[in-house]
Each structure stands twice: as structure tokens, then as C-alpha cells.
Ligand binder design. Structure first.
Ligand code: ADP
Length: 462
């Protein structure tokens, strides 16, 4: 941080040095030329016959800090008509230059523009002299205005600037160091703290807090990392719960199977069809559980491709209701489904059957003491909606978005002895997403829930 700031400061100082020290002389000389030209223009514009000509020339000379002589040129001689000697340097007023110099200037000076010439001359108080000349004509005579400005040496100024620059460098260096310290405190410190926390997180410790410091970007990074840590910890808990659930779910039927088999082996009279049925049922539960897990891993792993066929969705629901007939007869459950027509869809029949089965199975599991489940089929603008409602406790609103997650269970115990794995709705979600189908849930606490999905209706092939 300090290195960057120091580098930046060095560049700024170098630019300042280039402009102030190296270009100072050029800029200064250009200014002198501009000023002298302006003075020559102003003076040559004054009418030399006017009464206040002399005072005006003096005023202009002292305003610009220059020396002036205005000549009236007739034939080969020039007679000074006014001489304004406002400064001590006045080179044009020293006799040393002589007439040749003057006739040289006169030869070069033009009417349209101001002629300038620099006379280099080095001494302690001057770096040279600038001559600016302009000719005007009144018809009879040429009037030659000669302006002389002193070019002051910039060495002293450059030396001063150099010292200034030295002090400036020192001050800026200190400022850079202080700024680097504060910026690093605000950025680098939070980042390295976050790094420490991230290492903890990588080691499996979810009790971490990513503090972003004072900058928006680091604060956002901190928030994102906190969110990621939260999600990881949730996933971890869910996976642990899943293992507990699965082991529990596997153990119950296994205990039943081994228990009944032993009884049937040891007690001859127990070799009954009912006992065999229990073993068969439990075996089915086991295989459906294993199938659920495999299905979900295929669906979410992108390995399951849709095998779309045209089939009756109404019939698919009917079949599912049928599978529950034993339950409805034996345990008093009522699953109501009264479709007013047959609706056909083009979809993966196995997956859609599974979706319906999982929704009905949940409705049966979570419905209230009245043991009622309602299934409706509606057709609007070519879209068929299947809704499965129960009369159970409902799902709290804040948990609604979570129930579709893998392994997620609200923690409520199931009404029936059948235990879930928390995979059912995740399979529903992934199967419907694969179809690009809409689906959702509405639920009100104490009154029950309605799960629905929609598929495009197709006309049946004859
Ligand atoms: P599970 O095997 O636990 O039923 P699901 O993925 O099918 O797993 O459902 C996830 C969670 O959503 C369930 O544990 C339950 O809390 C809630 N849930 C699902 N369907 C219903 C329903 N019809 N009524 C109330 N809660 C439901």
C-alpha cells in the first residue's frame, strides 16, 4: 500500500518538477514576448499628434514595466519623438547599440505584425533583453515603436522551487505513509482477519464471523462469506440429519423384516399370509426409500433425461389414488378426486407419477385427524393444474421456501408411522423443473396446505 502511494507521489512530484523547473524558463519567456507585443500594439495605436500622446506612452510603459522609444522615420534617419524610460535596464536607450541596430529593427518591423527579437545577455540581474517593434504610417512618415523588456534570470526562482519541491516531497512522503497506514488498517486488516476466519471455515468450524471493516467492497465480501458459512453449516446439519433419518428409516423396516422372519421360522403356526404381507410391505418401503435417494441423485446430477410420451394425466392421478386404496380402506383415509374430463399431457410419465405420488403421500402424512385429502384437476387456457390439498397444520410462511430443499424437514413429527426422508419435495421440484413446469404451495396454519403443479394439456391421439 505504502509502495503504491509512494510511487504515485513520486509521479506527481516528477510532473510538478517538469512543469515548474524545466519549462519555467520557456513559459516565462513566452509571457514576456506576449506582454511586449501587447505593449507595442497599444502604443503604436496612439495618435502621435494628439496632445496626451506623451503621457499615454508613459502610462503604458509603466503599466507593462518596459522602456519605449517612438521614432518618426523620414528618409534614412529616425528621430525619437518620445522616450519613456521607466526602468533602469533599458538597453535601447544605451548608446552602445547604435544606429545600425536601429535600422536593422526598422528593416524587420512590419505594419501588420509586431517584430520581436531577443538579445541574450547574461549578468546577475538579467538574462537578456526582448525587443518588440511595430511600424505604422501616417502617409508622410513611418512611425516606429520600439519596446524593450527585460528578461529576468529564472535560476533563482528555480532554486527556490527546487527547495520547495524537496520539502513537498518530504511532506507528501509522510502523508503517503500515514494514508497507507490508515487505508491498510481499513482494508488489509479486515481482509487478513477474514482470511483467518476462512481458514477456520475450511477446517469445518462453522462458528465464524467475517467482519468487512469500513469499505463497501470488503463489507460485501464479509456478508457473502457469512452467508456462505451459514449455508455450509445448514447443509452440514441437514446431511447429519439425513444420515440419522435414513438410518432410522432403514432400521425400522429391517427390524420388522428380521423380527417377523424369525417368528415365522421358529413358530410354525405364524407362517401366515398376513405376516408374509408385512415382510413384503416393509421390503417395498425399503426399496422405495433407496429408490428415492437414487432418483434424486440422478435428477440433480443432470443424469436423468426426459422420456416424454403422451399419456393421461387424469389417469396417472387416478392410479396414484388407487395405490392408496388399501390405506383408505384399512385406516379410514379419504382421498377425493373427481375429474370432469380426461386431460392428456406430453411429459415423462414415470417422473410425473412420482411427483403426484410424493404430493399425495405428503398430504396423507400431514393431514389432520379427519384423514381427508382432496385432489383437483382444473383446465384453464390449455394449462392443466393438479392441486393436492390436506387439512393438516399447514406450514409456517417463513418455512415455505425451504421445504423444497434437499433433506429439509420442518421437524414436525409425521401423523402416520411412516417416516419421511426430506427428499420427497426435492424430487418433486427437480422433476418439475426438468419439465419447465410451474409449481407451488399455499398454506395457512391450522387449516392445511395445497401443493400444485401445472402442465400443458395436449389433445389425445386417436
Ligand atoms: P418428508 O419426507 O419429510 O415428508 P418432503 O421433502 O416430502 O420430506 O417434505 C419436506 C418437509 O415439508 C416435510 O418434512 C414437512 O415438514 C413439509 N411438508 C411437506 N408436505 C407437507 C404438507 N402437505 N403439510 C405440511 N407440511 C408438509
Amino acid at each position: 500500500m505504502f509502495a503504491y502511494l509512494a510511487f504515485f507521489t513520486a509521479i506527481v512530484l516528477a510532473v510538478i518538477a517538469a512543469f515548474q523547473i524545466l519549462l519555467l524558463d520557456k513559459v516565462y519567456r513566452a509571457t514576456v514576448i506576449r506582454q511586449s507585443k501587447a505593449a507595442a500594439e497599444t502604443i503604436s495605436a496612439i495618435d502621435y499628434n494628439s496632445e496626451d500622446f506623451r503621457s499615454k506612452v508613459y502610462d503604458t510603459a509603466s503599466k507593462y514595466g518596459i522602456c519605449v522609444t517612438v521614432y518618426k522615420v523620414g528618409g534614412s534617419t529616425g528621430t525619437p519623438i518620445v522616450t519613456a524610460h521607466t526602468q533602469s535596464f533599458c538597453l535601447i536607450h544605451s548608446a552602445a547599440l547604435g544606429d545600425t541596430f536601429l535600422s536593422g529593427i526598422y528593416a524587420n518591423a512590419k505594419i501588420e505584425d509586431v517584430y520581436t527579437e531577443t538579445l541574450e545577455q547574461k549578468n546577475s540581474s538579467s538574462a537578456g533583453s526582448l525587443i518588440a517593434a511595430k511600424v505604422t504610417s501616417d502617409g508622410n512618415y513611418d512611425i516606429l515603436t520600439v519596446v524593450n523588456s527585460d528578461i529576468k534570470p529564472v535560476d533563482a526562482t528555480v532554486a527556490t522551487l527546487r527547495w520547495q519541491l524537496l520539502y513537498l516531497s518530504a511532506i507528501l512522503l509522510v502523508v503517503s505513509a500515514v494514508m497507507a497506514f490508515f487505508i491498510s488498517k481499513k482494508i488489509a486488516v479486515p481482509v487478513s482477519k477474514m482470511n483467518e476466519e476462512a481458514k477456520k471455515l475450511a477446517g469445518g468450524n462453522y462458528d465464524v464471523d467475517f467482519e468487512g471493516g469500513a469499505f463497501r467492497e470488503t463489507v460485501e465480501l464479509g456478508n457473502t462469506l457469512n452467508y456462505a458459512a451459514g449455508e455450509l453449516s445448514k447443509l452440514d446439519t441437514m446431511q447429519k440429519e439425513l444420515i440419522a433419518n435414513i438410518s432410522h428409516d432403514l432400521r425400522t423396516p429391517l427390524t420388522m423384516i428380521s423380527g417377523y422372519s424369525e417368528v415365522m421360522r421358529d413358530i410354525p403356526g405364524e407362517m401366515t399370509a398376513e405376516n408374509m404381507q408385512i415382510i413384503i410391505d416393509e421390503t417395498k418401503r425399503l426399496s422405495s426409500l433407496v429408490n428415492d435417494m437414487l432418483d434424486l441423485s440422478r435428477l440433480t446430477g443432470g443424469k436423468r433425461e426426459l422420456k416424454k410420451t403422451l399419456f393421461s394425466l387424469t389417469e396417472a392421478v387416478r392410479q396414484t389414488v388407487e395405490r392408496y386404496s388399501r390405506l383408505t380402506v384399512a385406516e379410514g383415509y379419504s382421498i377425493e378426486f373427481a375429474p370432469d374430463r380426461e386431460v392428456y399431457v406430453e411429459a415423462d410419465e414415470i417422473l410425473i407419477l412420482q411427483v403426484i405420488y410424493n404430493l399425495v403421500s405428503n398430504a396423507v402424512n400431514y393431514t389432520s385427524e379427519d384423514k381427508k385429502v382432496y385432489i383437483t384437476q382444473t383446465l384453464t387456457e390449455g394449462i392443466c393444474r393438479i392441486s393436492v390439498s390436506d387439512t393438516g397444520d399447514g406450514i409456517p410462511e417463513e418455512k415455505l421456501p425451504l421445504i423444497w430443499d434437499r433433506y429439509y424437514r420442518t421437524g414436525d413429527y409425521h401423523k402416520r408411522a411412516v417416516t419421511g426422508t426430506g427428499l420427497g419435495l426435492s424430487i418433486v421440484k427437480n422433476a418439475l423443473l426438468l419439465h419447465g413446469a410451474s409449481f407451488g404451495v399455499s398454506s395457512s396454519l391450522g387449516e392445511g396446505s395445497t401443493f400444485w403443479f401445472e402442465l400443458k394439456a395436449q389433445s389425445p391421439k386417436n
